[in-house]
Design a protein around this ligand. Sequence first.
Ligand code: GLN
Length: 536
Amino acid sequence: MTKYIFVTGGVTSSLGKGIISASLAKLLQARGYRVTIQKFDPYINIDPGTLNPYEHGECYVTEDGAETDLDLGHYERFLNTPTSKANNITTGRIYQNVINKEREGAFLGKTVQVVPHITDEIKRNFRILGENGEYDIVITELGGTVGDIESLPYIEAVRQFRWETGSNNSLVIHLTLVPFLAAAGELKTKPTQHSVKMLLEYGIQPDILVCRTEHHLTNDIRKKIALFCNVNINAVIESIDAQSIYDVPLLMLKEQLDKTVLTKLKLPHKLEPDLENWKDFLGRLKNPTADVRIALVGKYVELPDAYKSITEAFIHAGAKQECKVRVEYIPSEQLTPENAVEKLKGMHGVLVAPGFGERGFEGKIQAIRHVRENNIPFFGICLGMQCAVVEFGRHVLGLENANSTEMNPDTPHPVIGMMEDQKTITHKGGTMRLGAYPCDIKKGTKAAAIYGKNHISERHRHRYEFNNDYLKQYEAAGLIPSGINPDNGLVEIVELKSHPFFVGSQFHPELKSTVANPHPLFINFVAASLAYARKK
Ligand code: GLN
């Protein structure tokens, strides 16, 4: 029977519920359990696909094409197993399902209410991933903070769920803050007490408290929290600020979070977790033998969370190469033809990020011209690849005012254009080319050497594509399509023959990079940047 763990948060947001959930899952997985993590977000959007990255950071795309919360990226990077649409549910989706059922007549004669209809639908969704026998343990992370109006139906659903499933089959982990008051020189437990009290008011006694803190919890503090919050002292878990998110599983292991969880769920924990590969990764991450500076040119660089998967993919690839990758964020709108060279000075590689809209577009074109002409390693992802195609069209093929029709619908040379089937779409949510698509790699290309295979599958999130009317011209001039979608002939990878590393991918390789499987495109881009740095 599947066991369920709920992770709630108190006191403030940003305590790292996603990382704690992923770390616990990692430990349980390393003990041989089959684990998945799902995230329930209390906002009313159906999914985060239509949110500006400034609101919630990056939108993470799953294999099955769901646009989801960035925490799902952490789950995949830690566990090395794919998530799906079922792993991220929002209030919007819950209400949509209930309202659809109401229209179908499923509740005929009844008043449809938050309790029981919305809470029933939440509980049904808690269970979906656990029902097919694929998982021993399902961890459910509840977004938001206990006490928020939006979170109430979820908390009530957890209360009911626990009542129905029995005490050994589910547990609640509550994440709280234990702040350090510099003036008093001590850690304070009151916010934790209050947030547990609030949970108790809603009928939930947390089983385990994970206390985020900047200083180690003393035994006295642990005792105090245990006494006032009705938990065992070994269920007071310290979560101290870590140097890297990838340290957290080991910190949780030290605190025996996994053991406490398994004991409470009445699951055996005889075998010690096998974390050899993880420790090996950490060893390489922390002992780099080289250093590279890579510019990340993008529109949302003020908020690093907007490019979470890219920065994590660099961490994985850097560890693989035993190389510290210093990612330097460069706002694209600050780049002009005049200052591009200056701004990119000292960079050993340039990544042009995915994005939407015109802001900063011309700056990216300048950056690409500079790196193409100066043999500096370049990697363009999605919009970044489209920029490379535009740049090459303008400056090498001499296609005056070549552009993407996203930036200029009236361009005389629409080298990037919208697919026919996209043109009739009016709804914005979930209508892009989304999720995993196959791609054939051309033999003898850089892409073939990098992937070491001829058929790959990568994840997409875009509306615009390379315009194949121009393909022959590009190929003849040396920007070759080294990856093609076998079903519709769309160009998925371009690369420049006569350049150490000039690669653009229409898909998002960063979404598939994990600790266990760093992405080959990132590994090779870092290697090329390293080679460039050494030559300098
Ligand atoms: N705006 C571009 C498109 O829709 C690129 C999207 C992206 O970079 N994810 O095709």
